[in-house]
Design a protein around this ligand. Structure first.
Ligand SMILES: [Zn+2]
Ligand SMILES: [Zn+2]
Length: 237
């Protein structure tokens, strides 16, 4: 079945995202836009994944627990997990790999943790918007261990994109899919980077506000519309 997806959405936990990016607002907007599968991918944290998954379940939509990890090379990698348990396991590794700095709300914004009723149940006081000391190779290894998927984020962008940061895509990474941003000209990107045919591309919004969540414009063909169905496709199975 062809599923409309958006696998890169930030919640109010990301300091740079609108505080209106609550679990219910994200799910309701994605539902209105006709999406079948979404992923919540906050910077170096998955504290709101549980709430988004609960809201999605109520709405009859598939949501994936995710995280956008920043590697030591300043590459952003969208990590998608089979379940909450795996997300929490990797979150512990990521928290241990972040510098011991506090968030500056006045500079970066709030990092709000919410429940499935959009109630604020806490905040993360460590600085999330920074690089971990994990390499991109570490991230791919860890994600393989938890049976998840790692997608180099916005690979077409200069800022935090793998190609701009490393000057290309290293062969030692087991990459099937690359993420491109919503405004990327796909054929031009494939031509310029000479990756034509080598990797599949998946378009995501990297939404920090509700209006930026994709319409039905990015699709994946999957056997079943579920987290497993999605991860199987992205693993190339
Ligand atoms: Zn990013
Ligand atoms: Zn992002």
């Amino acid at each position: 079945m062809r599923a409309a997806i958006d696998l890169h959405i930030h919640s109010a936990l990301s300091p740079c995202a609108d505080n209106s990016m609550t679990p219910n607002n994200i799910v309701n907007m994605a539902h209105l836009k006709g999406l079948d599968v979404i992923a919540v991918t906050d910077h170096n944290s998955a504290e709101n994944a549980q709430a988004v998954l609960k809201c999605a379940k109520k709405a009859g939509m598939v949501a994936v627990a995710g995280m956008e990890i920043e590697t030591m090379e300043e590459i952003h990698v969208v990590c998608l997990f089979p379940g909450i348990e795996e997300a929490m396991h990797v979150q512990r590794i990521v928290y241990d790999s972040l510098p011991p700095l506090k968030n500056r709300v006045d500079i970066f914004g709030e990092q709000l943790i919410m429940n499935e009723n959009d109630e604020i149940i806490g905040d993360v006081d460590r600085l999330l918007l920074t690089a971990t000391n994990l390499s991109v190779e570490d991230i791919f290894r860890i994600m393989k261990e938890v049976d998840g998927v790692a997608l180099p984020a916005h690979a077409d962008r200069e800022a935090y994109g793998i190609i701009a940061r490393l000057g290309g895509i290293p062969d030692y990474l087991d990459i099937k899919y690359l993420e491109i941003s919503s405004t990327c000209n796909q054929s031009q990107f494939e031509r310029q980077t000479r990756i034509n045919g080598k990797y599949s591309l998946v378009r995501s919004s990297d939404a920090h506000s509700l209006g930026s969540i994709l319409e039905r414009e990015s699709f994946l063909e999957m056997d079943e519309v579920s987290v497993k169905g999605l991860l199987d496709v992205l693993r190339g199975r």
